[in-house]
Design a binder for this molecule. Structure first.
Ligand code: CO8
Length: 261
């Protein structure tokens, strides 16, 4: 695993087949400085290349998932340097991770913190989670996907209200909006997310990768192109060993033995 200072990284689950990334800047409420985001991207890429890992959970602590971009680091930025260096470009590395990522959100998920959870493929929240895009209150706007995520995964009305006001929303409201799938008691959240990761890790890795790719296409293209993309991937499953194994095992009434090929 890459050496990290701002996050804790480990392999968890009964078979050590789930990656776990825990933000570790509690005094800064897990604010996402550039180094922290780079460490998250490096670790996710590492897990993508580790054949023993099938999914990764990202979490903070019980009070704070993350208070967003590190405002002190960002305060002095100028347009030209931000533009030329494409500030936030490391976020694209997180968007292109192939294996499923699960966000386990307890406490505050503000600004970039919430945007990071929306890049994850599945979001589980603790009952006391609080979601907000407060950028409007500090002289900027969401920059890591907030306006797009709330619109595409939620709705126009939610996106506008959240981003225009900086208001805070509960886990229940975030679930209603569509950006959270399940809510758990805070103490059970991370273990539930890990259980989900273990379940995903027990499936065929190549088929899991195809499913993530196909679902993501739904948010990037129209229905007709999305259906075509899905059907082509579906056709390609018949070129895999795992399709042969899965259907043979079904007929033989036994558990499939996935190889990921
Ligand atoms: N950045 C840097 N430091 C922070 C941040 C932050 N986002 N949030 C909290 N801290 C620090 C505080 O400065 C303070 O440090 P210190 O003790 O050294 O003064 C410590 O954490 C505790 O904070 P508070 O004293 O304010 O604690 P409260 O319990 O009173 O309030 C809040 C907690 C409500 C979370 C409050 O701190 C707050 O409003 N924070 C800012 C939230 C915010 O505006 N986030 C959005 C940032 S903008 C953004 O994310 C843009 C997205 C662009 C892409 C992302 C790029 C990485």
């Amino acid at each position: 695993l890459p050496r990290c200072e701002m996050i804790k990284t480990e392999k968890v689950g009964e078979k050590s087949n789930v990656g776990l990334i825990t933000f570790n800047r509690p005094r800064q409420f897990n604010a996402l400085c550039l180094q922290l985001i780079k460490e998250v991207a490096d670790t996710l890429e590492h897990f993508d290349n580790d054949e023993t890992v099938g999914a990764t959970v990202i979490t903070g602590n019980e009070k704070h998932f993350s208070a967003g971009a590190d405002i002190k680091e960002m305060a002095g930025k100028e347009f030209a340097a931000s533009y030329k260096k494409d500030f936030l470009v490391d976020w694209d590395r997180i968007r292109t991770v192939k294996k499923p990522i699960i966000a386990a959100v307890n406490g505050y998920a503000f600004g970039g913190g919430n945007e990071l959870s929306m890049i994850c493929d599945i979001v589980y929240a603790g009952e006391k989670a609080v979601f907000s895009q407060p950028e409007i209150n500090i002289g900027t706007i969401p920059g890591a996907g907030g306006t797009q995520g709330w619109s595409r995964f939620g709705s126009k009305s939610w996106a506008m209200e959240v981003c225009l006001t900086g208001n805070r929303f509960t886990a229940q409201e975030a679930q209603m909006a569509g950006i959270v799938s399940r809510i758990f008691p805070p103490k059970e959240l991370v273990s539930e997310a890990i259980k989900l990761g273990e379940k995903i890790s027990s499936k065929s890795p190549i088929l899991i990768q195809m499913i993530k790719e196909a679902v993501k296409v739904a948010y990037e293209t129209n229905m007709q192109q999305g259906l075509q993309y899905e059907r082509r991937l579906f056709h390609s499953t018949f070129a895999t060993n795992d399709q042969k194994e899965g259907m043979t095992a079904f007929a033989q009434k036994r558990k499939p033995n996935w190889t990921g090929n």
